[in-house]
Design a protein around this ligand. Sequence first.
Ligand code: AMP
Length: 215
Amino acid sequence: MNIVLIAPPAAGKGSQAKKISKEYQIPHISTGDLLRNIKDENILNELKSGKFVSDELITNLLKKRLKQTDCENGYVLDGYPRNLKQAEMYENLLKKLNKNMGIVIFINIEKEEAIKRMVGRRTCPNCGSVFNELIETISPKQKGICDNCGSKLVKRHDDNEETFNKRFENYEKVTKPLIKYYEEKGNIHYVNSGLTPEDTFESIKKIIGGAYDKH
Ligand code: AMP
């Protein structure tokens, strides 16, 4: 069960990846997290500016991660491939590792809604839960505090409007063409980012159920 998620920034990709990971017991691999975890100052500055890191760097990080034994039964990939070159590199990597292409799920959202979600987004540095202070259905019960573990929530430093606009432009220019690429390969599925993360997840479960029942 190898799942790739593609979405515009702030569509809820990370939250859905976490839900998928939990439901199907497969690891959630976020390439943004892989990069943030290196804690290299130059890389962190690049992330702050909204720029992409090199295809080679991110593909190497991913290769190391996919070789780990917890990925043997599948994984959900969040943030990669980000462009056509990475899509090709990913296919080569899968061949080398003897893994199958699995399915691609595209989560759609309008830009205005995405901005609202990004500005209000708060994450828990301890358990990784995601909340939004501007969206009632997913706001934390107590402002600034994680419902799940009680830690203080943080705003990601790359969650500001200027960075968002750069990321959105980047997305339209380099990531969106992946939709056509995977359409031609015939393994893409579509879902609209719903009113709540649970709505979206219900649609995603149908897709995964449909795809993996057939096998
Ligand atoms: P994310 O957490 O997915 O929003 O990623 C945060 C940042 O990490 C992005 O804005 C990029 O700078 C970098 N990044 C994450 N995934 C990739 C990737 N596949 N290729 C290049 N840069 C990436």
